[in-house]
Design a protein around this ligand. Structure first.
Ligand code: DMJ
Length: 643
């Protein structure tokens, strides 16, 4: 048996004796003699105390279980026929011989403890002779060993699974030379964004294109997880940028490590990392992406350990401790965050044969189904401790948006067999249309925000994705209202285009109003920025696929030119702070979603429809394409191990 209180080498078990850099940050490399002496004295005193305590405590072994490995002395038993005494279910054997055995055993243990203590003392003495650097090196070696062992455990091959029908991943070349040129321009912009990220921000989450260095935000925690690499992979792939794709793959293989003490957003990590890795896996067939996605998903699972099973917004990847954003209504989780996990988690269960992911998201769905909804609307906030709604705010933009999107896409991804999801989507958009969708005096259709019984006549850039969603959900809609929803999609696309067209830079503001004579224009200074967001272009692309109306390509081209003119700098692409100013200032951030979404949707807009056809692929909310699972019941995996 070891003596846990005296294992100074690891530095983990004995924090007060940690002699590493953090314990004595201002000390010289080696300890002075007087310090060593004092430490030795403290150690000796401590050990003497332990000996004292051990030898002078009354010998109680005859009365109770001595829990140091004496299983052979006290045996659970009830049979007293052989002269033993039954004491509360434990049998103490015949007195004379057994007492002798007791004494021998205790003596053996004392000797062992003495030897262990002496050994530990020797080790402590040895340690004091070492320099701080040596001690640090030893600690590092120990840490590395643990990391290696974890890695070995984590990279076990996954059971093989029949891959869904993966078509249309290398197509889309348009015959029209004008469209081909536009497509090539978008590809060139992707190369510019990628090359600069590679040069100045490689391995960091994002790029500061003006300062020419890495950038990150709290959604990725405090570690560098290469968010741009993971988010960009599938765009590189479909654009035929295979060398760049391989560079990204190599970085992921060698460097992407999730055993980090970092508190990340469950939603963001799911849509950007798990979504990005799964899409890269399906497109390229490279196992490494699947393995990393599964490793990461395992790190997110502790976020679901709440009284209701509604996950926390954030989780520490190492400790598994979760919590919610401080700003969210009374400790609530956010609808658009816990409601945007379904697609990725169903694919994880499909690929691994492990139902755990599927069960987590279905539990969320079942819980939501049971709840009362004010006016049929889903509030944006839900408390994961009580299972009650927070403030009654409903939005199809930030805080709500992708929850509705994932209901529709769960149905599409299941080859339209998940009718429960379709019904929830139909119910939700009916309530949204009734309470949130309005026409402005100037005839622009917009989607406002519902706040405690009052409609705020403001629409966010984020809300503009809904045009595409209405079009995508038109086919299969209740009461055969396909024409109606396609029309609604077109009206939202038109309004969002107006929000771009009414600015100086021809780029859309973050939010715009329909109030007091103002139509599709931002009023507050802090809503005038454009941060390379994709939603308006996303809607143009869906509308193009469903209508082939050339105006959508025209609008997409206007946006491409505006981005290239006002957001391009020599070190990449940057957001701008005021789209109404003729001399805009930059925010100096190249968002990872610019490569994942904005440029991908533009590229698809100028490609033929046989590139990632919508009958076979469903795009997650970060534009990562996941294949439709053509199974009788998508809620069960195609993997035999799952059944
Ligand atoms: C993306 O990360 C995703 O589209 C998300 O759903 C919300 N919006 C950002 C980009 O604007």
């Amino acid at each position: 048996m070891t003596t846990p209180a005296l294992l100074p080498l690891s530095g983990r078990r004995l924090p007060p004796l940690n002699l590493g850099a953090s314990a004595f940050p201002h000390h010289r490399a080696t300890l002075r003699l007087s310090e060593k002496f004092i430490l030795l004295l403290i150690l000796s005193a401590f050990i003497t105390l332990c000996f004292g305590a051990f030898f002078f405590l009354p010998d109680s072994s005859k009365h109770k279980r001595f829990d140091l490995g004496l299983e052979d002395v006290l045996i659970p038993h009830v049979d007293t026929s052989k002269g033993g005494k039954n004491l509360g279910g434990f049998l103490i054997h015949g007195q004379g011989h057994d007492e002798h055995r007791h004494r021998e055993e205790e003596e053996r243990l004392r000797n062992k403890i003495r030897a262990d203590h002496e050994k530990a003392l020797e080790e402590a003495k040895e340690k004091l002779k070492k320099s701080r650097d040596e001690i640090q090196a030893e600690i590092q070696t120990e840490k590395n060993k643990v990391v290696q062992e974890l890695k070995k455990k984590d990279s076990k091959p996954l059971p093989p699974v029949p891959l869904p029908n993966l078509i249309g991943i290398n197509s889309g070349e348009p015959a029209d030379p004008d469209i081909r040129e536009k497509r090539n321009k978008v590809k060139e912009m992707m190369e510019h964004a990628w090359d600069n990220y590679r040069q100045y921000g490689w391995g960091h989450n994002e790029l500061k294109p003006i300062a020419r260095k890495g950038h990150s935000t709290n959604i990725f925690g405090n570690s560098q997880m290469g968010a741009t690499i993971v988010d960009a992979l599938d765009t590189l792939y479909i654009m035929g940028l295979h060398d760049e794709f391989r560079e990204g793959q190599e970085w992921i293989d060698k460097n992407l490590d999730f055993s980090v003490n970092s508190e990340v957003s469950v939603f963001e990590v799911n849509i950007r990392f798990i979504g990005g890795l799964l899409a890269a896996y399906y497109l390229s067939g490279q196992e490494v992406f699947k393995i990393k996605a599964v490793q990461l998903a395992g790190k997110l699972l502790p976020a679901f350990n709440t009284p209701t099973g509604i996950p926390w917004a954030m989780v520490n990847l190492k400790s598994g401790v979760g919590r919610n954003w401080g700003w969210a209504s009374a400790g609530s989780s956010i609808l658009a965050e816990f409601g945007t996990l379904h697609m990725e988690f169903v694919h994880l269960s499909y690929l691994t044969g492990d139902p755990v992911y599927y069960n987590k998201v279905m539990h969320i769905r079942k819980l939501l189904q049971k709840m009362d909804r004010p006016n049929g609307l889903y509030p944006n906030y839900l408390n994961p401790r009580t299972g009650r709604w927070g403030q009654h705010h409903t939005s199809v933009g930030g805080l709500g948006d992708s929850f509705y999107e994932y209901l529709l896409k769960a149905w599409l991804m299941s080859d339209k067999t998940d009718t429960e999801a379709r019904k929830m989507y139909d119910d939700a958009i009916e309530a949204i249309e009734k309470h949130l969708v309005r026409k402005s005096n100037g005839g622009l259709t917009f989607i406002g925000e519902w706040k405690n019984g009052h409609l705020e006549r403001k629409m966010g850039h984020l809300t503009c994705f809904a045009g595409g969603m209405f079009a995508l959900g038109a086919d299969g809609s209740r009461d055969d209202k396909a024409g109606h929803y396609l029309q609604l999609g077109a009206e939202i696309a038109h309004t969002c285009h107006e929000s771009y067209d009414r600015t100086t830079l021809k780029l859309g503001p973050e939010a715009f109003k329909f109030d007091g004579g103002v139509e599709a224009v931002a009023v507050r200074q802090n809503e005038k920025y454009y941060i390379l967001r994709p939603e308006v272009i996303e809607t143009y692309w869906y509308m193009w696929r469903f209508t082939h109306d050339p105006k959508y390509r025209q609008w997409g081209w206007e946006a491409t030119q505006a981005i290239d003119k006002y957001c391009r700098v020599s070190g990449g692409f940057s957001g701008v702070k005021d789209v109404y100013s003729s001399s805009p200032t930059y925010d100096d951030v190249q968002q990872s979603f610019f490569l994942a979404e904005t440029l991908k949707y533009l590229y698809l807009l100028f490609s033929n429809d046989d590139l990632l056809p919508l009958d076979n692929w469903v795009f997650n909310t970060e534009a990562h394409p996941l294949p439709v699972l053509h199974l009788a019941n998508t809620t069960l995996s195609g993997n035999p191990a799952y059944r």
